[in-house]
Design a protein around this ligand. Structure first.
Ligand SMILES: NC(=O)c1ccc[n+]([C@@H]2O[C@H](COP(=O)([O-])OP(=O)(O)OC[C@H]3O[C@@H](n4cnc5c(N)ncnc54)[C@H](OP(=O)(O)O)[C@@H]3O)[C@@H](O)[C@H]2O)c1
Length: 320
C-alpha cells in the first residue's frame, strides 16, 4: 500500500489498521522529521512532495504498491470569509496532487486507487435533506466555495475515469474525533465552548459527520474489497445545525449557542458560513454499508461527540 497523507488526521488512524491487517505500508510525508512517526505507525516512510511529479513518480516506483491511497489535504484553520484562499493548497493537492499520484500509479500498474473526497459540503443545495451518491454535486456553489467544489469534481472524475485501475472515491462526512478540529481542546469544540459558533438564520443546514476511526475502518474496507465508484462515508444520523449544535454545546457544558439573523451571520462568516448553517445537505451511508460491508462504530454524533467517548477513541487508533 502507498498512503499519501499518512501523517494526517485520517492517515494516523488508517496506517496502523492497514498494518494490523497484514499489509506492507509505505507512508508519504514532506518532512524528514515525520519519518519517525511513520515508523511508529508501522509504515516505511517515503519523503516526497505531492506537488512535484518527479518526486511522486520516484516514490511510487520505489514502493511498487498494489494500491495507492490519496488522503492529501492542507486545510488548517479556516476563515469562512476567505474560504477560497484557505482551501487553495488543498485544491492543488486535489487537482495536481491527484494527477501526479495517478500518473505514478499507472506507471507501476496499481490495481486500486482510493481517494478522499468530501460528502459533507459538496452536494447540490436543492431537493431532499439527505443525498445519495447518485445525486449531483452543487452546480452553483457559493462564490468562495467554487474552486473547492471544482477541485473535488476534478479529483472524482480523474479517479473514476482511470480505466486501467479500480478507482474508488470516498466522500467523507465532517470528521470529528482525535486529531481533528472537532475534539476536546481543538479549534471548533473550543469555539462552541466560547459561544463563538452561533446558530445562523433557521440553522436548517444538514450536516453529516463521521468519527475519524470509522472513516479509517471504511477506508480499509474500500482498499480490501471496494469496487470502482463513489461511497459516502458518513454516520447514520444526518442532522440540522439547529439540532446538533445545541446538543454539542450541552455535551461540552457550554452555554447554548447565540442565535443571529442571516445578515449578521454573513458579516462574520461570509456567504459560505451562511450556506453551511442554513442550506447544506446531508449524505446517506446506505451504499457504503451495503457494498463495503462496513458499519460505523459511532452510528450517531449524539453519542460520538460525548467527551466520555472521545478521549477513549484515542486508544482506538491501533487495533490490538
Ligand atoms: N472531511 C473532513 O471533515 C475533513 C477532511 C480533511 C481534513 N479535515 C480536517 O482538517 C484539519 C486539518 O487537516 P489538514 O488538511 O491540515 O491535514 P492533516 O490531517 O494534517 O493531513 C494532511 C496530510 O497531507 C499531507 N500533505 C499535505 N501537503 C502535502 C504535500 N505537498 N506533499 C506530501 N504530503 C502532503 C501531510 O503530510 P506531511 O505534513 O507529513 O507532509 C499530511 O499527511 C483536521 O482537523 C482534519 O480533521 C476534515
Amino acid at each position: 500500500m502507498f498512503v499519501a497523507g499518512a501523517t494526517g488526521a485520517i492517515g494516523q488512524q488508517l496506517v496502523p489498521r492497514l498494518v494490523a491487517a497484514g499489509h506492507d505500508v509505505h507512508g508519504m510525508t514532506r518532512s524528514e522529521s515525520k519519518q519517525a512517526m511513520l515508523y511508529e505507525l508501522g509504515a516505511v516512510p517515503v519523503v516526497a512532495d505531492a506537488l512535484d511529479p518527479d518526486q511522486v513518480q520516484d516514490a511510487v516506483a520505489h514502493a511498487k504498491p498494489d494500491v495507492i491511497v490519496h488522503q492529501l489535504t492542507a486545510i488548517g484553520a479556516i476563515d469562512m470569509r476567505h474560504f477560497d484562499r484557505d482551501f487553495a493548497l488543498t485544491n492543488r493537492l486535489r487537482t495536481e496532487g491527484t494527477d501526479n499520484l495517478l500518473s505514478a500509479g499507472q506507471a507501476v500498474g496499481v490495481r486500486r486507487f482510493v481517494a478522499q473526497s468530501n460528502g459533507a459540503f459538496g452536494y447540490a443545495r436543492t431537493g431532499g435533506p439527505v443525498k445519495s451518491e447518485e445525486d449531483s454535486l452543487d452546480p452553483s456553489p457559493a462564490r468562495e466555495m467554487r474552486a473547492m467544489v471544482a477541485a473535488i469534481r476534478h479529483l472524482e472524475q480523474a479517479v473514476l475515469g482511470a480505466d486501467w485501475t479500480d478507482g474508488i472515491v470516498l466522500r467523507y462526512g465532517a470528521f470529528y474525533g482525535p486529531g481533528t478540529s472537532m475534539a476536546p481542546g481543538a479549534e471548533q469544540f473550543e469555539m462552541i465552548r466560547k459561544r463563538k459558533f452561533p446558530l445562523v438564520g433557521d440553522a436548517a443546514g444538514v450536516w453529516s459527520f463521521i468519527h475519524i476511526a470509522d472513516a479509517a475502518e471504511a477506508t480499509v474496507a474500500a482498499i480490501e474489497r471496494g469496487r470502482r465508484g463513489v461511497h459516502n462515508v458518513v454516520d447514520d444520523d444526518p442532522a440540522a445545525v439547529a439540532q446538533w449544535l445545541p446538543a454539542l454545546a450541552q455535551t461540552l457544558d457550554a452555554k447554548q449557542p447565540m442565535r443571529v439573523p442571516r445578515f449578521i451571520g454573513r458579516l462574520f462568516a461570509g456567504e459560505v458560513g451562511v450556506v453551511m448553517m442554513t442550506e447544506l445537505r446531508g449524505a446517506s451511508n446506505a451504499k457504503a454499508k451495503r457494498e463495503l460491508g462496513w458499519e460505523p462504530a459511532h452510528p450517531s454524533w449524539r453519542e460520538g461527540f460525548s467527551t466520555r467517548s472521545l478521549p477513549r477513541a484515542i486508544t482506538e487508533g491501533v487495533r490490538p
